[in-house]
Design a protein around this ligand. Structure first.
Ligand SMILES: Nc1ncnc2c1ncn2[C@@H]1O[C@H](COP(=O)(O)OP(=O)(O)OP(=O)(O)O)[C@@H](O)[C@H]1O
Ligand SMILES: [Mg+2]
Length: 408
């Protein structure tokens, strides 16, 4: 039986008939013995008259009867019906294997391993079942059924978990989208009032707030769209030459703006200070922005250090902060989509939980890797290594490198 689907039901005996051997009941015991000697794989024969079974003779019982109970002088003369089992266990061919097996094992001990005779519903002989075969068959069915049920439970548990995470994500996203949308609507209304009253200063202030809410909204939508693109395998890599050290400095500047009044110092350590590379500049900036915006979000005081080291084969960028840190047991689920470590109901920080997943996917897309180390309550370091392998445009990039000073 193949282990496809969930086998909870026993198959029918029809499918496990092992032999259809039969003889006429009048056949001499000698004739039957000779048949058993000739056909070494034959363990039993049904006695069949006018198509219907009237008895069963097994190899063991024939030999036992001939040599021990009746003596050798009867050997040639007796018809087999005289020493056969005239009341064998008979089951229908559409009976379930487990039911047939129950019946077989309910027989007296000396008969337990005797073959079972199978007939159709009309009582016509169909063949024989081997009890040993039935036991093997039933054990396999049971084992498959247990394995399949366990797999089904596991899958159900997984689906349940995914559905919980997705529901939580939708709740988060809805909340995150509603905040800037509400802000935009309220600000637009206030601006209408300011316009009517001719309050130009108020109008300017509110316009700035409106811009910030709209930018926030766009960032959330971009993240959602980016993740769908990545998951659909439609995110393209477009390499060109750019100064990655300059990108670091620009992202650091934006982070300072994000931090507002928080007492956090942002430092850039780029080695070398000018570092032309051939990579996808948009994706590198996105990676840096995500890591730096997290550092800014989760650091209330201290420092954020954005550092970069370059080798001929790769660049390694690290973002180190003195923020809230991450518990060791949470590190594993950090890069899983929709995972925020804070409880949805009590969380203090905004966000949809997509930033790190996108960052990790972008690093993978560029052939790179990501690592995180953290001490809860003390801070975190996120490291990204990106290989420099867009060889076809290397010449154009080398043209942009500053000339190296020769000591000669
Ligand atoms: N620098 C960090 N310090 C402490 N915890 C962090 C840091 N970066 C990420 N985390 C934890 O990992 C979670 C996932 O980060 P991720 O950037 O994916 O989502 P988010 O910042 O909550 O939302 P989004 O980036 O979509 O706006 C965060 O919610 C936070 O719990
Ligand atoms: Mg984030």
């Amino acid at each position: 039986m193949t282990p496809t689907g969930i086998e909870t039901e026993s198959a029918l005996v029809n499918s496990v008939i092992t032999s259809s051997a039969w003889i006429a009941p009048s056949t001499s015991a000698r004739g039957v013995a000779e048949r058993f000697f000739r056909e070494v794989s034959l363990d039993a024969c049904a006695l069949v008259e006018s198509g219907e079974p009237v008895g069963l003779i097994t190899r063991n019982k024939l030999l036992f009867s001939l040599f021990r109970r009746y003596g050798f002088e009867l050997y040639g003369r007796k018809p087999i019906i005289a020493i056969a089992d005239a009341d064998p266990l008979i089951v229908y061919d559409d009976e379930r294997i487990d039911v047939a097996l129950d019946k077989a094992l309910g027989r007296p001990p000396q008969d337990i391993y005797d073959e079972i005779v199978v007939t159709n519903a009309g009582g016509c002989y169909r063949g024989l079942l081997s009890v040993k075969q039935l036991i093997i068959q039933q054990s396999n069915t049971l084992a498959n059924s247990i394995v399949q049920k366990e797999l089904a439970h596991e899958r159900a548990r997984e689906l349940e978990k995914i559905s919980q995470v997705k529901s939580q994500f939708i709740a988060n996203v809805t909340h995150e989208l509603r905040s800037p949308v509400n802000a935009i609507i309220s600000l637009a209304e206030l601006m209408r009032i300011s316009t009517e009253k001719g309050y130009v200063d108020q109008l300017r202030d509110r316009l700035a707030l409106l811009m910030s809410s709209a930018t926030n909204l766009r960032a959330i939508i971009t993240n959602i769209l980016d993740l769908s693109k990545i998951e659909a395998g439609k995110m393209e890599v477009i390499c060109e030459c750019f100064d990655v050290a300059e990108t670091l400095r620009e992202v650091a500047e934006t982070t300072r703006v994000l931090l507002g009044n928080k007492p956090v110092e942002v430092t850039v350590i780029a080695d070398p200070e000018n570092c032309p590379v051939i990579l996808d500049p948009i994706k590198v900036r996105q990676i840096l922005t995500n890591l730096m915006s997290n550092a800014a979000k989760f650091t209330d005081s201290g420092s954020i250090i954005l550092s970069m080291k370059s080798t001929p084969d790769a660049i390694c960028i690290a973002v180190n902060d003195t923020g809230i840190g991450i518990r060791e047991e949470d590190l594993d689920r950090l890069f899983k989509a929709f995972s925020q470590l804070e409880d949805a109901k009590t969380k203090r920080h905004e966000g949809t939980g997509l930033g790190l997943t996108i960052t990790k996917n972008l690093a993978d897309l560029l052939g790179g890797s990501m690592r995180v180390s953290s001490k809860y309550g003390q801070g975190s370091t996120f490291e990204v290594t990106l290989p420099l392998q867009c060889a076809e445009r290397e010449d154009s990039c080398n043209d942009n490198r500053e000339p190296e000073h020769s000591p000669y």
